[in-house]
Design a protein around this ligand. Structure first.
Ligand SMILES: Cc1cc2nc3c(=O)[nH]c(=O)nc-3n(C[C@H](O)[C@H](O)[C@H](O)COP(=O)(O)OP(=O)(O)OC[C@H]3O[C@@H](n4cnc5c(N)ncnc54)[C@H](O)[C@@H]3O)c2cc1C
Length: 579
């Protein structure tokens, strides 16, 4: 079935501008263009019609009502770091950028509670909580840029989920706005409540398809006082699994238990150099225990250590101090930039399995390229050991055969490996604009139908984030095949930019303007458009390129080491020569 929506007319643009003011509503193609880029997918036809940045819940209510009355799609956006194209717009319409709603409203240590607006960045919240010795534990790899609104909408997890769980374990209450403009308060600011259906939880992980999250009450926890970390390398993945199962049986709960396969260790060693080059190659288990007292941590770590050593790892290294700990953790954090150097395109998948299937599933994933006869495709797997796998495919999206092989590999992964062992299509990244084709495979048609009914109850005109299969199977036709971290060739610019967005939150001109276009990632998108002939140099572009202060903070934050400031300096020289 074809979905039809209306375009945003000039008179409607005026009305949206009246709601938020001129500095928060943009219809210029250059600004809209930059919102076509995010953590993954780029499709030329997916450029939104209008960018609106509300500051209050009342404004959001008015925006949604107006859009709903006129059947215009609205896609909420945090920092656009979704790895499944969550905030991309296959049906165009409005992007509701929540960056300007970034206030921490309340810190209530006695009740273990914070109340925040959705645009608050995860790391910023934890920085504010640090002096109180408290923290909000979910810590996605993107925590320096991910908004809490985006984390709630995707139920984000991170490397400490084994002990601390994921975002849903911390959400006490939500304020949400429905497409008809109605403002609802769901949940309660107490630790226990069964007085309602669990409506709040319907919105956690709903990926912006049911309502816009405008206020969030979160549970917080005391910071652990001490930690101990070890890195272990196994020749045999079965033995690594045995160690993990034994750790579980003995009741030890590491705060961090992470897996990296052989290809990743090789890539990371070459990327980081130093001592890593002396490590033998094999399967890596990073394990850390935290706690309140040194004694408790030492005792638990020693039990964990003995269990692992009994499974005969090839190698182990225990961090003796914070510096060594940071370095070992870096081996995990550097996975994506290290892998992204191997092939032009890097695609991180996300799925979950029971941990008892782990070794078998890893072996099957390793065999995918051979099974599907793909010559250039590589696959490397990272896993949070609660069973959340990130098989990462490396290929060249400019090569037709590679793209075909990648698509076959994805089909193989879900249809032949993950679903048959009772796994789930996504643990933390969401269905987004990529996984709708597999939804029925996991849930069956009755559940998928029920999801549609739930969606229609909240959003009868289906205006909220169309293109996501949850509750909207019609979006199958707009599912993207490509979703790699470097989607759209940057070869001409010789860029390694993965569009992760780590650069946006520290850029002075982005902090001033609070829109994507004035961030380093936004400027690179503009250069990409100029180089490919999609954009023409004009006054606005000249202004945006010139607002880069050349401070180079973006470069220090960039995992791929892109020298953004130098690129903009060159761009400025070219602009001067032309004018
Ligand atoms: C390098 C890298 C590492 C990552 N590591 C992890 C990881 O370890 N764990 C993990 O879970 N994820 C990870 N991610 C994915 C991503 O960062 C998270 O999903 C993050 O929570 C998204 O936050 P965001 O603010 O960028 O949201 P966006 O990407 O802008 O949006 C994500 C989804 O949420 C919806 N949304 C956003 N705000 C709202 C709102 N206020 N109301 C309703 N809907 C809303 C959007 O419509 C979209 O569907 C990683 C991404 C990158 C690039």
């Amino acid at each position: 079935m074809v979905i039809t929506y209306n375009k945003v007319s000039t008179s409607l643009i005026e009305k949206f501008t009246e709601i938020v003011g001129e500095n928060s509503c943009f219809d210029s193609f250059v600004i809209r263009w930059t919102y076509g880029f995010g953590g993954t997918i780029f499709e030329k036809e997916w450029i939104p019609d209008l960018i609106v940045l509300p500051k209050t819940v009342e404004q959001i209510s008015e925006i949604l009502k107006l859009a709903n009355d006129n059947k215009i799609p609205v896609t909420p956006r945090g920092s656009g770091t979704s790895l499944s194209g969550g905030s991309m717009t296959p049906y165009n319409g409005i992007v509701l950028d929540l960056a300007k709603m970034n206030n921490i409203i309340k810190i209530d240590i006695e009740n273990n509670l914070v109340e925040i607006e959705p645009g608050v960045i995860c790391d910023d919240l934890n920085e504010v909580l640090k002096p109180y010795s408290y923290f909000f534990p979910p810590d996605p790899g993107s925590s320096s840029v991910a908004t809490i609104g985006g984390m709630v909408a995707t139920n984000a997890g991170g490397i400490q989920a084994f002990k601390y769980g994921v975002t849903k374990n911390y959400v006490l209450y939500l304020e949400v706005v429905l497409p008809n403009g109605q403002i609802l308060n769901l949940g309660a600011d107490v630790l226990k409540s069964v007085s309602s259906y669990n409506l709040k939880d319907l919105f956690i992980g709903s990926e912006g398809t049911l309502g816009v999250i405008t206020n969030i009450g979160l549970r917080i926890r005391p910071l652990p006082k001490t930690k101990k970390l070890g890195l272990f390398i196994f020749e045999d993945v079965d033995k690594l699994q045995d160690a993990v199962l034994e750790i579980r049986r003995k009741g030890i709960v590491p705060n961090l238990l992470e897996f990296m396969d052989k290809l990743i260790l090789k890539a990371v060693s070459e990327y980081l150099g130093g001592e890593f080059l002396d490590f033998p190659n094999g399967y890596v288990l990073l394990a850390e225990v935290d706690g309140v007292t040194e004694r408790e941590v030492e005792e638990n770590f020693s039990i964990l250590f003995d269990i692992i050593i009994q499974k005969s790892p090839l190698f182990h290294k225990i961090a003796k101090n914070e510096e060594e700990r940071e370095r070992l953790i870096l081996s995990r954090k550097a996975n994506l930039p290290a892998l992204s150097r191997i092939r032009p395109s890097t695609c991180v998948e996300d799925c979950t399995i029971q941990i008892t299937h782990f070794a078998d599933v890893i072996k099957q994933i390793e065999q995918i390229p051979e099974k599907i006869h793909a010559k250039n495709l590589l696959v490397a797997t990272i896993c949070h050991m609660e069973g959340n796998l990130h098989p990462t495919f490396l290929f060249n999206e400019n090569d037709k055969q590679d793209v075909k092989d990648f698509q076959t590999a994805i089909d193989y992964l879900y249809k032949k490996i993950i679903i048959p062992v009772g796994g789930s299509l996504t643990g933390e990244h969401g269905i987004g604009k990529i996984k709708t084709p597999f939804l029925e495979l996991e849930h069956g048609s009755k559940v998928v139908d029920l999801m549609s009914k739930v969606k229609k109850l909240f959003d009868p005109k289906m205006i909220l984030n169309p293109g996501i299969g949850k509750g909207d199977q019609r979006s199958l036709a707009k599912s993207s095949i490509l979703r790699s971290l470097k989607n759209r060739s940057d070869n001409i610019l010789e860029l390694k930019c993965m569009r992760c967005g780590f650069c946006i939150t520290t850029c002075p001109s982005r902090i001033y303007h609070m829109i994507e276009s004035y961030s380093p990632r936004g400027r690179l998108s503009i250069l990409n458009g100029l180089v490919h002939g999609d954009l023409e140099l004009n006054e606005l572009i000249t202004d945006i390129i010139h607002t880069c202060t050349s401070c180079a903070i973006c470069h220090t934050k960039c995992p791929a080491g892109v020298k953004t400031h130098e690129i903009f300096e060159k761009a400025r020289e070219i602009i001067h020569k032309k004018s």
